[in-house]
Design a protein around this ligand. Structure first.
Ligand code: CDP
Length: 217
């Protein structure tokens, strides 16, 4: 049983996927973290994330430690992530890992929840449940500033908003696996919703789509 949750930055995917994974006892994969780790590795080596050879090498060399790098949640890592993510060969390397995760969720779990940009369209096109979260750029920038400040980072609203818009543009216009809802995804605009309301809407949709397939909660 696979649940995919895609959407732009700070639309509420992280919170929702954590809640869904906990609720159903499923494994969770934050696919953005893989792209952040690749971008961060390139930066750490003094390379340019738009350089295909450097980005592909970093993707191939990715190790478990890279996913724990302290700088991963920074806006610098996010920008580098969206640059390496536009390179087809990088996506190919990461696709294999993601498909394997879906086929055999770790810990013998009966299902997996994916958080990303293309998990319902490319990674798991046959997923039973597909959600696409979105929200206005202004609301998303407010949320991201709060998150960054909670991590102790300095964050200026105008600058974060600008960076989000640039990243949205790069993610939606790239040739490979652009950010867009799958045809069979439920699109939820979370601009005026809190995390409880988003979770409730997701559970409603899941029970309407797969009433018999779900483990009892
Ligand atoms: O946390 P936030 O939503 O800001 O970003 P993220 O999910 O960590 O993803 C960082 C970047 O990785 C995105 O802007 C995308 O360019 C890229 N990404 C992708 O291309 N495909 C995915 N499945 C996940 C992330």
């Amino acid at each position: 049983m696979i649940i995919t949750v895609d959407g732009p930055a700070a639309a509420g995917k992280g919170e929702l996927t954590q809640r869904l994974a906990k609720h159903f006892g499923f494994a969770r994969l934050d696919t953005g973290k893989l792209y952040r780790a690749v971008g961060w590795r390139v930066l750490a080596g003094g390379g340019d994330p738009e350089n295909e050879a450097a980005a592909v090498d970093a993707a191939k060399a990715l190790a478990a430690d890279d996913l724990e790098a302290p700088g991963l949640r920074s806006e610098e890592a996010a920008e580098a992530a969206s640059k390496v993510a536009a390179i087809q060969a990088v996506r190919g390397v990461l696709l294999e890992f993601q498909r394997h995760f879906a086929a055999a969720p770790p810990g013998g779990r009966k299902g997996a929840v994916f958080d990303g940009r293309d998990t319902g369209t490319v990674v798991c096109p046959d997923a039973m449940i597909k959600l696409f979260l979105t929200a206005s750029p202004e609301v998303r920038a407010i949320r991201r500033v709060k998150q960054l400040q909670e991590q102790g980072a300095e964050a200026i609203h105008g600058r974060v908003l600008q960076e989000l818009k640039e990243r949205d543009a790069r993610d939606t216009t790239r040739n490979v696996a652009p950010l867009k809802p799958a045809e069979d995804a439920l699109v939820i605009d979370t601009s005026d919703m809190d995390a409880d309301a988003v979770f409730a809407a997701a559970l409603d949709f899941i029970s309407s789509q797969a009433p018999d397939q779900l483990p009892k909660s």
